[in-house]
Design a protein around this ligand. Structure first.
Ligand code: HSE
Length: 436
């Protein structure tokens, strides 16, 4: 049988890793796929041939559209990233009747509905395992391995850069900006690192996971997103004293009223396995009604781990080349006609517990005033810590954990607490999830 021909768009970190894995493991891959897979064409402006195995057998062009238009190419692998021209390239590949593999989470989260509709019409596959949590096969797990379940919720550490920053702050007491600079130097961070620290990258990935879990269209704009920029070393230390770790989590949960879709720093009990996922590693905890909680752990970024997911998709597509479109695994796990219109809830309707930290004047009645506001709004305090004021200081940090309450009620409480004359500045709020 003729080899399957791949057109690789991008020969950077992931593109290079993909070529190297396809060449290095060619025989094993052919045994698995049932056909040989070769990269016949690639598009890149700038690349280092010395780190690319078998590049002499690839026709390399600077024009990605010329690769997409190559009649002999069966599968286009988009590893350029970003919204544009990735969207135009993928749509053109589909129009040309080619299958597509991409690692581009931003593209799928924002334009996936359009891309899948086009692919459906044309009878081609768009595979995107590498878009979420790098090398961890979480999309396959949700779409296939857990297909028997009602998924109840997912909580994931799905941005390696953010997790690396929080880990270094906790372990070494390092400063935020300093750790971010190191993450950039190590090549973990996105081209625009605000995508990592502001939670946008995690929101892209969570949007995709929620659609696969609950059978809803992709709705990135409805994802509540809060980054790690406001976490201070003292919050990391207080959380620890209370028996918690701060992790930047993507959380999506199905409730009777709608879908929670939120990315934010979260206190989780330190005894949970996911609380101990450190550095650039990713982990996704999925709770299914039949299977119970399942945890997926591994490298969320990097050349070879991401290539592992890209190549697995290429093998999957190769296996399905002769399958009719109706019998392929649906893009968003559920048949397109069966997607649900269950709404994504505004953050005000979401219920969680909270960690609150505020700076208070050290005088009688201050704690009572804060507790009174919380009590009036029906918010129950679970734990409280007040430190001695430092020598010569008249202000003290006051730290509280509350029971679960709707975010809207907590907004109201925080506004009232901040208006107290005895409270200085803003109240720091970090949501708490017990993940039990
Ligand atoms: N910037 C991303 C991260 C890369 O740090 O997780 C993988 O998507």
């Amino acid at each position: 049988m003729e080899p399957v021909k791949v057109g690789l768009l991008g020969l950077g970190t992931v593109g290079g890793g993909t070529l190297n894995v396809l060449v290095r493991n060619a025989a094993e891959i052919a045994r698995r796929a049932g056909r040989e897979i070769v990269v016949s064409h690639a598009a890149a402006r700038d690349y280092d041939p010395a780190r690319l195995e078998g590049i002499d057998r690839v026709e390399v062009s600077e024009d990605a559209f010329s690769v997409v238009d190559q009649p002999e190419v069966d599968i286009i692998v988009e590893l350029i990233g970003g919204y544009s021209p990735a969207r135009e390239l993928v749509l053109k590949a589909i129009e040309n009747g080619k299958h597509v593999v991409t690692a581009n989470k931003a593209l799928i989260a924002l334009h996936g509905n359009e891309i899948f509709a086009a692919a459906q019409k044309k009878g081609v596959t768009v595979a995107f395992e590498a878009a979420v949590a790098g090398g961890i096969p979480i999309i396959k797990a949700l779409r296939e391995g857990l297909a028997a379940n009602h998924i109840e919720w997912i909580a994931g550490i799905i941005n390696g850069t953010g997790n690396f920053i929080l880990t270094e702050m906790r372990n070494k007491g390092r400063d935020f900006a300093d750790v971010l600079a190191e993450a950039q130097a190590l090549g973990y961070a996105e081209a625009d690192p605000t995508f990592d620290v502001e939670g946008i990258d995690a929101a892209h990935k969570l949007t995709i996971l929620a659609s696969l879990a609950f059978g809803i269209p992709l709705q990135f704009d409805n994802c509540f997103t809060e980054g790690i920029g406001k976490i201070e070393p003292q919050d990391v230390a207080y959380a620890e004293q209370l028996g918690y770790r701060i992790k930047h989590l993507g959380i999506t949960r199905k409730t009777d009223e709608g879908i929670e879709l939120r990315v934010h720093p979260t206190l989780i009990p330190e005894r949970r396995l996911i609380a101990n996922v450190d550095g650039v590693m990713n982990a996704v905890l999925v709770k299914g009604d039949a299977v119970g909680p399942t945890l997926y752990y591994g490298a969320g970024a990097g050349s070879l781990p991401t290539a592992s997911a890209v190549v697995a998709d290429i093998i999957d597509v190769t296996r399905t080349l002769t399958t009719d479109p109706g019998n392929r695994v649906p893009h968003l796990a559920f048949q397109p006609s069966e997607l649900s219109d269950l709404p994504v809830l505004p953050i005000g309707d979401v219920e969680t517990a909270y960690y609150l930290r505020m700076t208070a004047e050290d005088r009688p009645g201050v704690v009572a005033a804060v507790a009174g506001i919380l009590g009036d709004l029906g918010i129950s305090i679970e734990a409280m810590q007040q430190k001695e004021p430092a020598e010569g200081e008249t202000e003290v940090p006051l730290v509280m954990l509350t029971h679960r309450v709707r975010e809207r009620q907590m907004d109201d409480a925080i506004a009232r607490i901040e208006a107290l004359p005895s409270i200085r500045g803003h109240v720091t709020r970090i949501r708490v999830e017990h993940l039990s």
